[in-house]
Design a protein. Structure first.
Length: 254
C-alpha cells in the first residue's frame, strides 16, 4: 500500500485507533472517508477536520453497509483502500450460556460478519482499480488468548485466516490484502483501557503503524514491535509462557 495518494474508507473511525489512523493518513496526503453509527460524532469530525467526509454506517446491518457503500462510491469513485476497522470487545464468562451467548453472537456479527460484508460490498469496485488495498484488523489476541474475551480472540483469529486466504485468492488481481495486528492500545475498547499501563499509547501506536506502512509498502502484516511477543510465541516455542504472562499481567486477565 502506498502511503499517499489514496482514497480511503474507514468504517469504525469515529474514535480510537480508527480516528487516529484516519487523521494520520490524511496528513500523509490521502483523501479520507470515515464511517460510524453515531451521527453526532460524524458531524463533529467533519466540522473539526474540513475535507474529511463522514458517512453513517452500521457494520452489523447488511442494509446499512449496502447503502453506505453506494454513497461512498457515488461521492468517491476513485476509492481504492478499504480499512475494516469497526470492532467490539466484550468480557465474557462461559460457565453459563446465559452469561455469554448474546455477547458472543454480537461479537461475531460485528467482528467477523461485518468485515466480510464490507469486503463483499466493495470488492468489485476495488478489483476495477489499478492499485487497491483491503486492510483488515485482527489483534495480537488472534495468536495468544486473553482468557476473559473468548469470542473476541476467536473473531480476530478468524480475521487473520480470512486475510491469509483472501490474499491467496486475490493474488491474480490488483487488490492487496494487508492485516493490521494491534496489541492492547489505550482506547475505550474495554472499560479502563484508555489509562491502562499495559496498553500502548494511542499516538505511539498510530505513528509506528504509519511509519511501517511508509517503509514497507508491500507488507502483508503490519506489526508494531509491541505485538510481536503475542504474534510469534508459537514460532519461538514459548507459547505457553506468552499465554501465562498475558493473563497474569493484563488487568482484565482475572
Amino acid at each position: 500500500m502506498n502511503i499517499s495518494g489514496n482514497t480511503i474508507f474507514i468504517p469504525g473511525a469515529t474514535s480510537g485507533i480508527g480516528l487516529a489512523l484516519a487523521l494520520e493518513l490524511r496528513a500523509k496526503g490521502n483523501t479520507i472517508i470515515v464511517g460510524g453509527r453515531r451521527a453526532d460524532l460524524l458531524d463533529k469530525i467533519a466540522a473539526e477536520h474540513p475535507g474529511i467526509d463522514a458517512i453513517k454506517i452500521d457494520t452489523t446491518d447488511p442494509a446499512s453497509i449496502d447503502s453506505a457503500a453506494k454513497e461512498v462510491l457515488a461521492k468517491h469513485p476513485d476509492l481504492n483502500v478499504l480499512v475494516t476497522m469497526a470492532g467490539i470487545m466484550r468480557i465474557e464468562d462461559w460457565h453459563q450460556p446465559e452469561s455469554f451467548l448474546t455477547s458472543a453472537e454480537t461479537t461475531v456479527t460485528t467482528n467477523v460478519l461485518g468485515p466480510i460484508r464490507l469486503i463483499a460490498a466493495f470488492i468489485e469496485h476495488l478489483r476495477a482499480q489499478p492499485d487497491a488495498t483491503i486492510v483488515t484488523v485482527s489483534s495480537g489476541l488472534a495468536f495468544a488468548p486473553l482468557k476473559v474475551t473468548p469470542s473476541y480472540n476467536a473473531s480476530k483469529a478468524a480475521i487473520h485466516m480470512l486475510s491469509e486466504s483472501l490474499r491467496l485468492q486475490l493474488a491474480d488481481t490488483t487488490v492487496k490484502v494487508v492485516e493490521l495486528e494491534p496489541p492492547a492500545v489505550r482506547t475505550s475498547l474495554l472499560p479502563g483501557q484508555e489509562n491502562s499501563e499495559f496498553a500502548m499509547p494511542l499516538d505511539e501506536f498510530v505513528a509506528e503503524v504509519v511509519a511501517l506502512l511508509e517503509a514497507q509498502p508491500d507488507a502483508k502484516e503490519i506489526q508494531v514491535e509491541r505485538v510481536k511477543f503475542l504474534r510469534y510465541g508459537e514460532a519461538r516455542g514459548d507459547y505457553d509462557q506468552v499465554v501465562a504472562t498475558l493473563n497474569a499481567s493484563d488487568p482484565h486477565g482475572r
